[in-house]
Ligand binder design. Sequence first.
Ligand SMILES: [Fe+2]
Length: 261
Amino acid sequence: MPHQVLEPVRPEVSPVAGRIGAVVTRVRLSGDLPERVVAELGRALLRHRVLFFRDQHHLDAAGQARFARRLGEPAACCGHGRADAWHTDGTFAERPPKAMLMRAIEVPRHGGDTVWANTAAAYEDLPAELRELADRLWVLHGHGDARAEHPLVRVHPETGERAILLGGFARSIVGLSSRADSGALIRLFQEHVTRLENTVRWRWAPGDVAVCDNRATQHRVVQDFGGRPRLLWRVAVGGDVPVPVPVDGRSGAARPPAAGG
Ligand SMILES: [Fe+2]
């Protein structure tokens, strides 16, 4: 009689919105997850950009950090500017985080949702003429004393996709002397990122965990709540220096002459 083989429980991944976001069930997040499950979650993250896990009440800050450690090196969590403005975390640093993990501890009775946008889908949607322009531009990002210049379009280090790298820390287009031109271009590309078709909105409950690929998303809080505080614990996973798209057959667009460190 053949052995009865017990199928290991596999996480179930169900998309939420058409272009971004999936709820993952049948997994209890921890630092001890089998490698097979971590790899499966990693693939789902690349595909869906943000994963939502309900009822992870067993996690505390240490447990969340241990799970994050399975996704990569821990990174200093990026000082927040206005969380209610669209942003990619830490773009004012040379190496913005690769992923962010947010765990809801206390949430308002109503409101305080977070919305994520898919910056790779936003790039795909650009008309060819704008993609060509975007591929060549560099952007200065800043927050406090921190400054970094990044390509407006980065090549995703794991999927090879192109994604718009912009958001609320973007200060100016490198090499443009006119603030008005700079601002107009930033607004133009930013509006493509935040089209509702590229977004998913999450209604938090205590115990929820969201993991997002910070290399292919922007996010913001919806500031529509009062009363009960909103307490989310965030952990960052370290990322790479954003790589520009190849231009004119060369690998990587040349940094503009004015670009500093
Ligand atoms: Fe953020």
